[in-house]
Design a protein around this ligand. Structure first.
Ligand SMILES: Nc1nc2c(c(=O)[nH]1)N[C@H]1C(S)=C(S)[C@@H](COP(=O)(O)O)O[C@H]1N2
Ligand SMILES: [Mo]
Length: 423
């Protein structure tokens, strides 16, 4: 503990006593030792005796230097080359639900390309009355909507099938982000082209070398899919598909085509690489499930967790995490501190919304006991997130994708946490 946090303790004690918090006694006891004038309160500080930076110093702001560790990270052995690769959102260090673009995970099959708006074209062809090509400016003239959705790579948590492996929520669950998109319903553009009755699918592809082509059933394409050009109010970042990406709410991230280039209306699915040899789920008997597009309900405790240990003493502890479902909204999250024997309903930071991240909190009185910390999500379809055993009973251990099982963190008496499995 630093000198500062010690001397700050008395004011925390007063706040807690005033709020009559259940665990305040324990905090007050440690705080009493540090009684005495706090120079941070009583002395004039440097930052108050001069002026700060002018408004011209930061045309576009970056996080302050003290937050430098809140960044994307790779898993070395997963990152053989950085072109066809993945990095992870630091979910252990974020709060709320919106993921800043600057630290939202990236997944590229052939690197992030630089595509100017002037050079951007979107083609709609195939089984349509009128094949069309749109410029970026054309797209800006269609009526648009704002929607918040999560994007989760189907491989999120994929390294955990055979046993607990990666030590941190960022690495086990960080292939997810949640942004507010501004975009045009794909339906609007398809109606503009006129889908013929034989058209049952759309094949969507990107302008990058991989093209990452995927087939999407027409029903979904006409439902809630967006052709998006803004995220969290500003232009998409290059790595997220600037200037235009597809948003496929609730469905696996692989279908969220970046640098969206072409939409072909087809009679049948194309059965491309990305929907046959990849993004299918191999079962125990060696056969594979295909068309597993929806991301089922899932949750994770983000703090405490291996990268976010408990650093304060006994007493009030905020247990928090994220929950989401590709089948609707989160209706509740249960938290267990004893490896799933007993559960307590967590408090939602805000009511769950459709196919978006929901933040949950459990305000806990921790007395230094070891915990086997778990969260369990429930969604508006009535689905409850399964245990690892239950998921394995159905899916085996040969899969990579669609692992939505309950995660366990073993929180030790010293506040450190480790990725474990309970049986
Ligand atoms: N054109 C194109 N689109 C793409 C990809 C790609 O490599 N090329 N990767 C896909 C995968 S596998 C995922 S999980 C998401 C990741 O989106 P993000 O990089 O914005 O997080 O984009 C998808 N869209
Ligand atoms: Mo992905």
């Amino acid at each position: 503990m630093s000198e500062n946090s010690k001397t700050l303790a008395p004011s925390r004690r007063q706040f807690l006593t005033g709020a009559a918090a259940a665990g305040a006694g324990a905090v007050a006891a440690t705080a009493a030792k540090a009684a005495g004038p706090d120079p941070l309160i009583t002395e004039l500080q440097d930052w108050a005796s001069g002026t700060g930076d002018g408004v011209d110093a930061t045309p576009y702001g970056m996080p302050i230097e003290f937050e430098q560790d809140v960044v994307r990270r790779n898993v070395e052995w997963l990152t053989a080359d950085t072109i066809s690769s993945i990095n992870f959102t630091p979910i252990h260090a974020l709060d709320g639900t919106i993921t800043p673009q600057g630290c939202a995970f990236e997944r590229h099959h052939s690197g992030a390309i630089e595509l100017r708006k002037e050079d951007y074209r979107l083609m709609i062809n195939g089984l349509v009355d009128q094949p069309l090509v749109f410029t970026y400016e054309d797209l800006e003239r269609f009526p648009r909507e704002n929607r918040v959705y999560f994007c989760e790579c189907a491989a999120n948590t994929g390294m955990e099938w055979a046993g607990s492996q990666l030590n941190g929520a960022q690495f086990t669950h960080g292939m997810i982000h949640n942004m507010e998109y501004s975009g045009i319903p794909l339906r609007t553009l398809l109606e503009e082209a006129g889908v013929q009755t034989a058209g049952k699918w759309v094949y969507v592809e990107g302008a990058d070398a991989s093209s990452n082509g995927r087939s999407i059933p027409l029903d979904k394409a006409m439902d809630d899919v967006l052709v998006a050009f803004k995220a969290n109010g500003e232009a998409l970042r290059k790595e997220h598909g600037y200037p235009v990406r597809l948003v496929v709410p609730g469905w696996e991230g692989n279908m969220w085509i970046k640098w969206l280039r072409r939409i072909e209306v087809t009679e049948m699915a194309i059965e491309s690489r990305e929907e046959t040899s990849k993004y299918t789920d191999t079962l125990e008997d060696g056969t594979s499930r295909k068309w597993t597009w929806v991301m089922d309900a899932k949750s994770v405790v983000t703090s405490p967790s291996p990268q976010a240990p408990i650093k304060h003493g006994h007493g009030p502890l905020v247990i928090t995490g994220l929950a989401w479902s590709g089948r609707g909204s989160i209706t509740g999250v249960d938290v267990s501190v004893d490896g799933g024997k007993t559960w307590t309903e967590a408090r939602l930071g805000a009511p769950g919304t459709d196919k978006a991240l929901t933040r949950f909190y459990l305000d806990y009185n921790w007395q230094g006991e070891e915990m086997l910390l778990q969260a369990r999500a429930k969604d508006s379809s009535g689905y409850v997130q399964p245990s690892k055993q239950d998921l394995r009973a159905v899916r085996g251990e040969n899969s990579i994708y669609h692992n939505n099982c309950i995660q366990t963190w073993w929180v030790k008496a010293n506040g450190e946490a480790e990725n474990v499995e309970v049986s």
